[in-house]
Design a protein around this ligand. Structure first.
Ligand code: SF4
Length: 308
């Protein structure tokens, strides 16, 4: 239905828009996060590593243009393409003065082959001024904003120290939607306070927002995080592959067909990953999801809008 997949992948969407393979270049804009600098909290989200949820991004010692050059070179070993999305990934990429944001976003856009921007941030870091800037950029290029919601359940949000209530997310979605700015929502599967039903409720909630895309993450434990320290003292059940794959497929079935699926697996760094180690074999997870969809004779959107 979407090329060779039974779900609407980002790869499919970008090929449709740009007529060829487009890849993301992960950048570190040199920002921090209000959940780490003391404005909201000092320790950050419980799973957040030293590098602020963007362990694969370029080095902040380099400026944006240098990072783009370096990332292009690195990616050229893997992909034969000349179109890229500049992805501001590390920490909170709208958390600075507008002049600083503007300078960094436009530096990225000035590089050859950059056809769009992806900006990861928090829904509580979208001031009127920032929204105005994003609106301006959205009119000039292909833009999406990524928001780390992770869950709709307030008790879990407290456990992970997300630092904002659900209504802040829904307000942000509304404001971005008003300006026609695309939003990608992140959700985490396997948080220790959550049942399968809780996870599916989060997916159903997101399905009914005007989110353009989603990222499904597996909860993984990375050494050096507070989650790792918590787990060592209070071991809890980590999803195994046979639980995770059907859950992803349940989630895909609940989403509308036009929602773009940006990610369906975790992406921990091999040397820092404590568990679950099976998540390192991404190909096995992806092929397991394809197989499960086929076995069920199912596809994204099959159960969208149904009550259960
Ligand atoms: S919002 Fe992102 S960068 Fe900030 S603490 Fe949470 S995961 Fe880390």
């Amino acid at each position: 239905m979407w090329g060779d997949k039974r779900y609407h992948t980002l790869n499919y969407e970008l090929r449709k828009i740009f007529g060829q393979k487009v890849i993301k270049l992960s950048l570190d804009g040199g920002f921090t996060c209000p959940n780490r600098d003391g404005t909201i909290g000092r320790r950050g989200c419980i799973f957040c590593g030293e590098e602020g949820s963007g362990e694969f991004a370029g080095s902040r010692a380099l400026d944006i243009n240098e990072q783009i050059k370096e990332q292009k070179e690195f990616m050229s070993n893997k992909w034969d393409t000349d179109k890229y999305i500049a992805y501001f990934q590390n920490f909170t990429n709208t958390y600075s003065f507008c002049e600083d944001l503007k300078e960094k976003y436009y530096s990225a856009l000035s590089e050859e082959g950059i056809v769009g921007l992806a900006i990861a941030t928090r829904p509580d870091c979208l001031s009127e001024e920032v929204l105005h800037l994003l609106d301006e950029i959205n009119k000039k290029t292909y833009l999406w904003i990524e928001l780390g919601l992770q869950t709709i359940h307030e008790r879990t949000a407290k456990f992970i120290r997300r630092g904002y209530p659900l209504k802040v997310y829904s307000e942000a979605i509304k404001e971005l939607g008003k300006r026609g700015i695309k939003v990608v929502t992140h959700l985490i599967f396997g948080l220790p306070t959550e049942s399968r039903r809780d996870i599916l409720d989060s997916i159903k909630y997101v399905a009914d927002t005007n989110t353009w895309g989603v990222k499904f993450h597996l909860l993984y434990i990375q050494k050096g995080t507070d989650l790792y320290n918590y787990y060592i003292k209070n071991p809890f059940h980590l999803l195994n592959r046979d639980e995770y794959i059907p859950l992803v497929v349940d989630g895909l079935e609940l989403l509308p067909k036009n929602m773009v699926i940006h990610r369906v697996t975790g992406d921990g760094k091999r040397d820092l990953l404590y568990g679950p180690r099976w998540s390192l074999d991404k190909l096995k997870v992806l092929s397991g999801i394809d197989r499960e969809l086929k076995t069920r004779n199912s596809y994204q959107g099959k159960k969208y809008g149904l009550t259960f």
